[in-house]
Design a protein around this ligand. Structure first.
Ligand code: HEM
Length: 129
């Protein structure tokens, strides 16, 4: 198997795991579950996200892509920054349940946007026409 396929397989698998983990932690947050405090629940997402980003970097190098000159990649990076901020408000920083719920929805929306723009290579894939 070539390096590109390995990196892409790693990236996409880590994307799936990362999304599942984030959703799970969001549900646990809404339910006030003590599971959120378990050390494996706190550490595993960091490991998965490190693999996700390392594979993304590998893909950039392998495909010789400049994210600042490739609109769908630039959009993904901006969305990633928003996802991290909203994600941290959803799981940690949000003071009220309402703030955390809104932040969770925004983070999930940005995650879906990143998948959409990656699959279509179009930052405006959601616009008709
Ligand atoms: C949570 C964040 C991310 C998600 C949800 C995500 C999602 C995806 C998905 C679903 C694909 C596969 C697209 C396909 O099947 O062709 C993909 C590919 C890719 N992603 Fe990401 N990604 C994320 C972060 C990043 C970041 C930060 C970068 C680097 C700026 C990046 C760079 C790439 C590249 C270069 C490809 C391969 C494109 C190709 O094969 O031509 N991704 N991403």
């Amino acid at each position: 198997m070539n390096g590109y396929l390995v990196l892409k397989g790693l990236h996409v698998s880590a994307v799936a795991l990362s999304g599942i983990f984030f959703l799970l932690r969001g549900v646990w947050m809404l339910r006030g579950s003590a599971l959120l405090q378990h050390s494996w629940v706190r550490i595993t997402p960091h490991v998965v996200d490190t693999v996700l980003l390392a594979a993304a970097l590998g893909l950039l190098v392998r495909l010789q892509l400049n994210p600042f000159a490739t609109p769908w990649l630039g959009a993904k990076l901006i969305a990633l920054a928003g996802y991290i901020v909203f994600g941290s408000f959803a799981l940690k920083r949000g003071r009220t349940r309402r703030t955390r719920s809104i932040a969770l929805l925004a983070a999930l929306g940005l995650f879906a946007y990143m998948i959409g723009t990656a699959l279509t290579r179009d930052p405006f894939f959601f616009l008709p026409g």
